[in-house]
Structures are given as structure tokens and as C-alpha cells.
Ligand binder design. Sequence first.
Ligand code: SAJ
Length: 406
Amino acid sequence: MVNVIGLGYIGLPTALMMSTHGVKVIGTDYNHELVATLNAGKTTFKEDGLDALFQDALKAGVKFTTEYQSADTYIVSVPTPYDKFSKKVDACYVVAAVREVMKVCPKGATVVIESTVSPGTIEKSVRPVIEANGFAIGEDIHLAHAPERIIPGNMVYELLHNNRTIGADDPAIGEKVKALYASFCQGEIVTTDIKTAEMTKVVENTFRAVNIAFANELAKICRHDDMDVYEVIRICNMHPRVNILQPGPGVGGHCISVDPWFLVGDYPSLAKVIDESMKTNDGMPDFVLNRIYEIMKEKGMTDISRVGLYGLTYKENVDDMRESPTLQLLESQERHLATGLKVYDPFIEKDVVKNQYHSLDDFLAAVDFVVIMVKHNEIKENMDKLAGKVVLDCHNICKQEGTYRI
Ligand code: SAJ
């Protein structure tokens, strides 16, 4: 039996997927409300294919509880934030979860950490918790790392099809954990040691962060000297060995805007490019705010409350607002005591910020200047409604004459 600890964006789909592939699964989360929602037959976030998978898993017998279970295998998928000051990974949730697991686990159990952690974290922070409970690692309790790789927006598909990495210091345990994941994963599953697996996960997200930072820097250079960054990137990417990502209003989400900091925190004198890249990405919401002021000046506009930000989530077609560039921009605006921007996002039903609208038409009626912060399908399908508005398009999706870009 597998006990999945943490039923968030990663733990829930993983528990459901295993359950629909013949594995007996119990999911545990300390959040009573979340467990009650799942037990009432409802999922806790929107994701393509998740509801259908949930129904299939319920039929297959998946269970949800706030209690930790006695199980052969534990999959820990809890958040790993970073300490804003030191930039190092904050493994407190992983440590707390493993501590609880130790109270109920039988000898011989395997603890698999799925949460993203920096290289050496499992050795430094998880091993002592297990040993403090009188267990010998490799004899009484086995440890492995199986970093998740699925992208919000296409999680169910990627869970089935992505290649995976399993880190285990004992090759036999690596094979055992690989067999568990092979129950559903159709991609290639590579086994390695724990520290290498930890490093690969952080490096994958860092690669993307650095590439996006490069695109954002190009956008600034092109803006400064009146060149079209999208045309430049499009042409460069026709080269067989060039693949530049797209500039945008900032980098959000709980992964790409967080994980690379772990390397900066752990290797401050070495991770220079990464440090600069993260600062470049973090500076983008301010860059957009400045563009808004510049354009308002050019257009002779003085009333910020006639300007609206389209999109609150960290990227398109998800309902996740963690580290969202729009929220960062709003914070920056408050710091400059210039409040008043209007906001709307079709995926956010609750009121989370000031001046928030809940229908596209009401939002558009209230503003003259629209800033496309997120390229949700909704706005792509309603481009005609932007006619007559000033538009600052941070994603190059609006073809309207006179559209401003970052
Ligand atoms: N972004 C850009 N320009 C781009 C692509 C993305 O500005 O060209 C922005 C997005 O708008 C968003 C942010 O970057 O704000 C991150 O979005 P994303 O779609 O690039 O990635 P995430 O954070 O949703 O998911 C990433 C994925 N990692 C990689 O692609 C290497 C996913 O596979 C990981 O599982 C996930 O992080 C994670 O949980 O670590």
C-alpha cells in the first residue's frame, strides 16, 4: 500500500494515477478542509482531465484522510518554499511530514520524496529525522527521491508520458521504486543516486529560468533601441541549435521562480548567471509597470483607475496564483502609493485583490487601457472586444493596430 503525503498540485494527481493503475493508495493531508472536499467527491483545483481521473480513482478505491497510515511506501509531495533571506530551500514541510511518517511506518518501508529539494537536502534534513527515530537507513527504512516534472496545464498527460528520474543510494531500492512508477509512467525511468536526482530537478527548472531571463533581457534591449524582440527570437530560433523562450511580464508559479534560488542560496559565489537571471525575471513586473506609465504619458492619460490588468494567475489557463507577476505588479504599485489598477481573471472567482472584476465585459467597460498579463484562451477568443482600447500586450497575442508590447 502506498500512502501519498500532501494532496496538492502534485500529490493529488500522483495518488489518483497510481490508484487507477492497480496500486492501493491512501492520500493524507493535514488540511481538513481539503480532505473534506475530496471526500465530498470534488477536486480542489482545475486541471485538464483531473476530474475524470478523480472519478476513476474513486471507483478504483482511492481514499483520503488526515491520518498518516501504516504503509510499505510513502510518497512525500509537500511544498518546499525558499527562505526569502538566505534563498536556501526551506525543507520544514518535508521534515514535518517525514517526522509524522516515522510515527506510523513499519520496518522495511520506503520513503520517497517527490518535493523539489536542493542537492544534499535529503542527506542533511531527512536522514537525521529517520535516524532520530531509531531506524537505520538502508536496513529499517529506505530512502529515495522521485522529483516530479509535470507542468500545470498539462499535468495528467505529462504524468503518464514524461520521462522520470529516480534517485536512490541503494540500486535495489532504485529498481523497486522504479517498478512502482512504471505501473503508470509510459516514459523512460532513469535511476541514479539521491544527490544527482536532487540536482537534476533543480537544474531543469533553472535552465528554463535562465532562458526566460535571456528572452526578457533581449526584450529590454530591443525596447531600448526600437527592435521587435519577437521577430528577433523567431528568426534566431530557425537556427538548428538555438531555442530561445519568450519574454513576458515576469515568471511566476511555485517552481521556476523559486527552485533556481536554491542554487544561489547554496552556492552564492558560484551561481552568478543564475542569480542575475532570477533578478532579471523578478524585475519584469516593475518593467511592465513602467511601460504602463510611459504609455499613459504618451496617450495623455492621467487616471490609473482606467487601466486594467487582464489575468491574475501565474500563467495561462490555470487557476494557480502563486508568485504571480500580476500580484507582484500590484504590490509594487502599492509600494509607490499609486493604487487604482483594475483587475480581472476568468479563473479567479473569489475576491483576492482590490478593484477586481468577475466578468470580462464589466471589466472592459470599466477601463480604456488593457494590459494583457496572462494569455488565457478567453482573451484570445475575445480579441475583438479590445477594439478602441489602448492595449499593452505582454505576450504578443493581440494583432490590433497600435498595440504596445513590452
Ligand atoms: N514563461 C515565460 N516565458 C516562456 C515560458 C514561460 O515568461 O517562454 C513564464 C510563465 O508565464 C510562468 C513561468 O514562466 O509565469 C513558469 O511557467 P512554465 O510554464 O515555464 O513552467 P511551470 O512553472 O508551470 O512548470 C515548471 C516545469 N519545468 C520545466 O519546464 C523545466 C514543469 O515541468 C515542472 O514540473 C514544474 O516547473 C515544477 O513543478 O517544478
